[in-house]
Write a protein that binds this ligand. Structure first.
Ligand SMILES: Nc1[nH]c(=O)nc2c1ncn2[C@H]1C[C@H](O)[C@@H](COP(=O)(O)OP(=O)(O)OP(=O)(O)O)O1
Length: 158
């Protein structure tokens, strides 16, 4: 059996904007993304999502909805990444830069897809219209998607 790593990914939105962070180090460095990371032992995925949002963006999320389940494999790497995507319009606090992320609001019509993971431009339209989605992506390196599946779903299945 391949090892599995469970990660969270949180997007805070308002009517026309979405909060992204420029990843300053580690996996996905130099790219804009939501906030998240590895779920730690003893916490739920939802708790991990809230913790990472606070640690990385300095804001407290409320009423997080789980909207997406994305699985990633990388050629030559036995580890399967299982990324749980959350969205909310409710938060308290002001976004502030952390050691890991530099937050910035983006207009949803002007997202920096050339500086994001290649899969994001595929599923962001579903996120932005409020759908739930489930996907699998096989990457070669960190830039090239060799194959993928992506479905809009009624409910997320694990
Ligand atoms: N292909 C992909 N597309 C995407 O949009 N987000 C991805 C992705 N692959 C991983 N992610 C997200 C999931 C998670 O939010 C983040 C990676 O998290 P990290 O590995 O940085 O976790 P941690 O912040 O826990 O790491 P450490 O700081 O080393 O503990 O990138």
């Amino acid at each position: 059996m391949v090892a599995k790593k469970v990660l969270s990914l949180v997007f805070v939105r308002d009517a026309s904007r979405i909060l992204l962070g420029l990843k300053k180090r580690g996996f996905g460095q130099g790219w804009w993304n939501g906030f998240g990371g590895k779920v730690e032992p003893g916490e739920t995925i939802h708790e991990g999502a809230l913790r990472e949002l606070k640690e990385e963006a300095g804001v407290t999320g409320h009423e997080l909805q789980e909207v997406g389940l994305l699985k990633f494999e990388f050629v030559g790497d036995p580890v399967l990444l299982e990324v749980h995507v959350f969205s909310t319009t409710k938060y308290t606090g002001q976004p502030s830069e952390s050691e890991e992320m530099k937050p910035r609001w983006f207009d949803v019509d002007d997202l920096p897809f050339s500086q994001m993971w290649a899969d994001d431009s595929l599923w962001f339209p579903l996120l932005l219209k409020g759908s739930k989605f489930s996907g699998y992506f096989l990457f070669k390196g960190h830039h090239e998607i060799l194959k993928y599946t992506l479905d809009e779903v009624e409910r997320l299945e694990y």
